[in-house]
Design a protein around this ligand. Structure first.
Ligand code: ZN
Length: 158
C-alpha cells in the first residue's frame, strides 16, 4: 500500500497548478492526504490555496482524469481546515516560483507580510511597490520594481 501511495504522489507531481503552471500541486502543498482504499481506488484530500479559488474545480478534474488514465478511481475531497498556508510550498516549489518571476513568501511570513518589503525576483532590489492587491489572480498581488521597472507577482499569504 505504501508503494502505491508513493506512486500516486509521483503521478500527482505531473499535475500543474492551473494558475502557475511551473509548479505542481504537490510542490504547492495543496495535496494533504493520499490514502489507498484498495488497489484501484484512492482518496485524495486537497486544500485550496484561496477559499474562492476557481482553480480548485480544475484541479479536482485533473486529478480524477489522470487517475482514471492509470486505471485508478479517485475520490477527491476538498478539505478547508486547517487552511492552506504558504509554508506548505515545498523548497523545490519555492525555487520554481522564483525562477518563474513570482516571489515566494518567506516561511512563517504570514504575520508581517503587509509591512515587509518584497524584493524584486529579477534584480533583488527592495525598492518595490504594490500595484494591485489582487494581481492576475486572487491568489497573487502585483508589485513593480522601481529599479528595473519589472512588474512581478507576489504569492499572497492568507
Ligand atoms: Zn528589479
Amino acid at each position: 500500500m505504501e508503494q502505491a501511495t508513493k506512486h500516486i504522489t509521483q503521478l500527482l507531481e505531473e499535475i500543474p497548478d492551473p494558475e502557475i503552471p511551473v509548479i505542481s500541486i504537490i510542490d504547492l502543498g495543496i495535496v494533504r492526504r493520499v490514502s489507498m482504499r484498495s488497489e484501484t481506488e484512492v482518496e485524495i484530500d486537497i486544500t485550496p490555496t484561496y477559499s474562492a479559488c476557481p482553480a480548485l474545480f480544475t484541479i479536482k478534474e485533473d486529478i480524477e482524469s489522470l487517475m482514471a488514465h492509470h486505471g485508478i478511481k479517485a475520490e477527491v475531497k476538498n478539505v478547508i481546515s486547517p487552511a492552506w498556508t504558504t509554508d506548505w510550498i515545498s523548497d523545490v516549489g519555492r525555487e520554481k516560483l522564483l525562477a518563474y518571476g513570482i516571489l515566494p513568501p518567506e516561511k512563517g511570513a504570514d504575520l508581517n507580510h503587509l509591512n515587509s518589503s518584497k524584493p524584486c525576483p529579477r534584480c533583488g532590489s527592495i525598492n518595490t511597490k504594490e500595484l494591485s492587491r489582487f494581481g492576475s489572480t486572487l491568489c497573487k498581488a502585483t508589485y513593480q520594481c522601481s529599479d528595473c521597472k519589472e512588474p512581478f507577482d507576489y504569492f499572497k499569504c492568507h
